[in-house]
Each structure stands twice: as C-alpha cells, then as structure tokens.
Design a protein around this ligand. Sequence first.
Ligand code: ADP
Length: 331
Amino acid sequence: GVLNPEAEPEDLEESLFSLRPGSLSEYVGQAETVETLQIAIAAARKRGESLEHALLHGPPGLGKTTLAHIIAHEMGGRLTLTSGPALEKAGDLVGILTHLGDGDILFIDEIHRLPRAVEEFLYSAMEDFAIDFVFDKGVHARSHRYRLKRFVLVGATTRVGLLSAPLRDRFGIFRSLDFYDDADLVRIVMRSASLLGVPLLREGAETLAKRSRGTPRIANRLLKRVRDYAQVRGDGRIYEDTVSKALTLEGIDTMGLTPLDRRYLQTILSFYNGGPVGIEAIAATLQEESDTLVDVVEPYLLKIGFVIRTSAGRRLGSAAYEHLGFPLPQD
Ligand code: ADP
C-alpha cells in the first residue's frame, strides 16, 4: 500500500516521493553486482524461468532493498517485504509464502535474524517450492505437502557469517555491496537534488558526498537537512559552505563521522588505551547494543582504517589518532 499509517516518517516520504532508482540502469555504482543481476535476469527471462534466489550482503543503507524493488520490477513480479525479526513463528512465514504467485519476489531483510524454527520452513520452500506440514506427534505423525508457486527469495543481511550453511547454500546468487566512492555519491545526491527540485552546486555535492560515510541513505538524508538549512538560513541554493554549516550543526564532522562514531573511537582511546579491546567491553562502556556497533558503526570505521580488528579485539588505526588530534602511541 502507498499509505501505510505505520510507516516510519522516512518510509512514508519514501513511498510518496521516492528517491529510489527504479531500474538497474538508474542504480549508481556497485558495478559487479549490477552486472551479475543484469545477466541473471536476462538469462532467466530468455528461458522463461524465474530468477534464482539471491542473497545480498552489506551494511545498512547501501541499496539492498532498492535492488529487491528493481528485481521485482525487471522480472515483472509483485514484491512482498518482510524481515527476519518480523517472522516470529513458522505460521507468519507460511502465511506469506502461500500467498505468493509465480515470479513474485519475497524480500527478507535481516535474514540472519530469522528464528531457527522459521528458517527450517524456508529450506524446502526455497528448494522444492513446497512446505511440509506435520500433523500429530509420535507414531500418529502424518505429513502433508503443500505446493508453492515459483517465487524468488531475495535475502538481505548485514552479517553473512551468522547465516547457517543450509540457508546460505540455497541461494544461487550471492553478492556483497561495498561502500560507495565519492564520485558515485556525487551522482546520487545530484540526482536526488534534481528530483527534489533543489539547486545543488557541484562543490556542495562533493562536500556532501565526502561526509556521507559512503552510504546513499545517509547522503539522501543529509541532503534533506542541508536543503532545510539552505531554505531557512540561505537563498535556497546549496553551496559548499551551506553543506559545511548544516552538517556541523547535525554533529557530522569533516570525515562524515557521527557523534556515536566519535564516542566509539574516544572510548577505545581513553578507556582502553587505544585497544585492543573486545566489542562487548566497548558496548558496555558506551551503553549501546553491540549489534548496533557491529552493524552500523564499525563497518565504515574499518573501511577507512580508523579501527583494526585483531584476534585480541579492536584497536585504533593511526588515522584515527590523527583525526581525534592525539599523538600516536610510542610503540
Ligand atoms: P538497504 O536495504 O541496503 O538498507 P536501501 O535499498 O533502503 O538500503 O537504500 C537506501 C536509500 O539509498 C534508498 O532509498 C535509495 O534512495 C538510496 N540508494 C541506495 N542505493 C542506491 C544506488 N545504487 N543509487 C541511487 N540511490 C541509491
């Protein structure tokens, strides 16, 4: 539905006025993933078959859900969106599966958080397009096989290591999305700005790109904050200076790091002498969920070398000392 009253404000905005690219040709960056999908989609269509199940891996906001929308659009199937934590009981999944038609796409976000009992139902659904119901127990147990339509499962995960082998093995297509480079993010915010009808100058777009943690969702969200700032404090146009001022106000620093990113780094630096320190200790000190740190905070800090993972735990990279304005330790 277009107007889902339970949608988050951002989702609502997204559904009313979408910044999501609608086809693979509009999808910026991730060249290898795009090519894999282009070939798989073209081949499936040529053979008149449905696409193989696809698993997409990568940090939040890099475009996994967007790809599910695009796959559905290009394969001409309907898309159903759900997530691992939302599927609490096997019945929740069965209810969805039995309503899918041939060629429909089922997107399961955070598929690594699917309860085990639900996950087991997915195996035969993915492999045989059937689910087996077991009635009664012990010697009276009977099973009944229910045939499903040939749906396509698109799974998304931030942590592929937490997926069980039997689930992972049932995906024919597996791709990891990487952080976007500045040139791709410039293209994304220029496109978004033109869709939103806001004049974004080239240098403004470049500064925005640099401060978006390699992540399209963050780039689009910051663009909206900068647009507000430009309309209230400026002449409506987004210059480099507008971006700097608006983002500083949001607590986003020159590297694009958020207050939580900096608290995480400061904790390793001041509480744990630069590390190595285990993630649970950092989480306890910060009073944050370790999952949030692992899924949201760390991937980008690892990518830019601010944090290094060792067998003994996390330690700061030299670039982090420099950024925080501390001298490198003497060993
Ligand atoms: P994920 O599912 O990985 O958390 P989404 O697919 O929801 O991420 O993407 C977040 C937002 O970023 C989307 O709404 C879309 O506007 C934008 N976006 C993501 N990937 C791209 C891309 N390759 N090109 C343009 N915009 C993108």
